[in-house]
Write a protein that binds this ligand. Sequence first.
Ligand code: ATP
Ligand code: MG
Length: 233
Amino acid sequence: MLQVEQLETGYGKKQVLFGLSLEVRQGETVAIIGPNGAGKSTALKAICGLIRPWKGEIRFEGELLNGSSPAKNIRRGITFAPQGNRVFPDLTVMENLEIGGYHLPKKELRSRIEYVVAMFPLLRERPKQAAGKLSGGEQQMVALGRALIPKPKLLMLDEPSLGLSPGIVKDVFERIRTISRETGTSILIVEQKVNEVLAISNRVYSLKLGRVFFTGTPDTLIHDKTRMKELFL
Ligand SMILES: Nc1ncnc2c1ncn2[C@@H]1O[C@H](COP(=O)(O)OP(=O)(O)OP(=O)(O)O)[C@@H](O)[C@H]1O
Ligand SMILES: [Mg+2]
């Protein structure tokens, strides 16, 4: 479904990715892990079109995406919940959800919102609350909900557990697993919480200095303590 081949990109003159190759197949949950600054967020930004590839190819359902805008990619079925600043703080919960489906016909938007608020009761209970006044975990639900509104084929999540307490983290991963199981959506997820993300992933890529350092199934990684340590050195 998603194929990234020998991707090179960066910011200005600073190169961050040096020939990154990865793939996500239909229905898979794929984890990207690795130390700070490895280029994990940069990879997701390049895939969704926020930054341009310098070299290499990004293909989605066979179609070349290089240089395609985020808006076009959303229509193709790729959505992205970025790291950090997750919501539009001055807009209400409902307005945040509506933005996720700004391109949909009104009727379809309504039915998608219905579907998403059924999954996250908080969103139904406080639709008029300013999103910036929600707690971190609650904002995460809004961000996840917003990314689900367009019924994505590929859902990309950048550190969905960031800043959340252990109980909420468990809840967020459980929801991601449910989304995968119930909708068959392919998921590409960047995470620092390695054990938790491996528990819900079919395959994993570990990045180091803008390249794939290891790829395989979570099982092979979890049982390889030496390699686990190397990943974050
Ligand atoms: N907007 C930007 N402008 C310039 N350099 C950037 C920008 N965003 C990221 N970088 C640089 O690119 C490199 C990779 O950053 P990236 O955000 O992809 O790392 P990451 O693997 O997601 O790290 P983390 O785990 O800390 O989120 C870093 O050295 C960072 O300083
Ligand atoms: Mg990051």
